[in-house]
Design a protein around this ligand. Structure first.
Ligand SMILES: O=C(O)CCC(=O)C(=O)O
Ligand SMILES: [Fe+2]
Length: 194
């Protein structure tokens, strides 16, 4: 790996940010936008059904399943352009990744609320590797224990953000609405489902 890395220490966690990890982010963005079987699942919030405010797809090694947006999803096969990327991420980070949740934010109205990627099937100390393609968007982190400072990053096209253990135990993260953003963004969060 040749990309320059910035380590961002957090109380009870830490992030590694590589601003230029993907060589041709616009090409990969277009391949995935046009090639992935995007879904917009229904979610139930306080007893009311809404469509998820972004498009999603769950891909990975055959037979893995993962619970998100209130339902269990079984993997679709790896899209061709992500096979080598998965290997590269495992080699560069030293962590295993056997699946990925793909998120397509069509414009700045699409978003993701505060959550931690701490589902039981990810084990006690999950590492999440997150690739961003397309529009640059703000990414927020806040400590689960109240009172701490909120962190804000701007995730560049082609960047890799590694959320190191035990970040998911102590922090939540979100991708807030940004009305001024007209372009799409695709985010790939590589995970290891046990
Ligand atoms: O779009 C992002 O940068 C965050 C995605 C995320 O948090 C997730 O898929 O769990
Ligand atoms: Fe997440």
């Amino acid at each position: 790996m040749f990309a320059r890395m910035q380590h961002i220490p957090l109380p009870g966690g830490g992030l590694d940010y590589y601003e230029e990890y993907i060589a041709k982010p616009q090409t990969l963005f277009a391949e995935l936008r046009d090639g992935v079987n995007w879904q917009q699942p229904l979610v139930t919030v306080y007893g009311r059904q809404h469509v998820t405010p972004r498009l999603v797809s769950f891909v990975g090694d055959a037979g893995r399943s993962y619970r998100y947006s209130g339902a269990t999803h079984v993997t679709e096969p790896w899209p061709a352009p992500l096979k080598a990327l998965r290997e590269q991420l495992c080699a560069d980070t030293g962590y295993e990744f056997n699946c990925a949740l793909l998120n397509y934010y069509r414009d700045g109205n699409d978003c993701m609320g505060y959550h931690s990627d701490d589902e039981a099937e990810l084990g006690d100390r999950p590492c999440i590797a997150s690739i961003s393609l397309g529009a640059e968007r703000d990414f927020l982190l806040k400590p689960k224990a109240g009172g701490g400072k909120t962190e804000k990053l701007s995730l560049a096209s082609g960047s890799l953000l590694v959320m190191l253990p035990p970040t998911q135990q102590h922090w939540q993260h979100a991708l807030p609405v940004r009305k001024g953003v007209g372009q799409g963004r695709i985010n790939l969060t590589f995970r290891n489902v046990l």
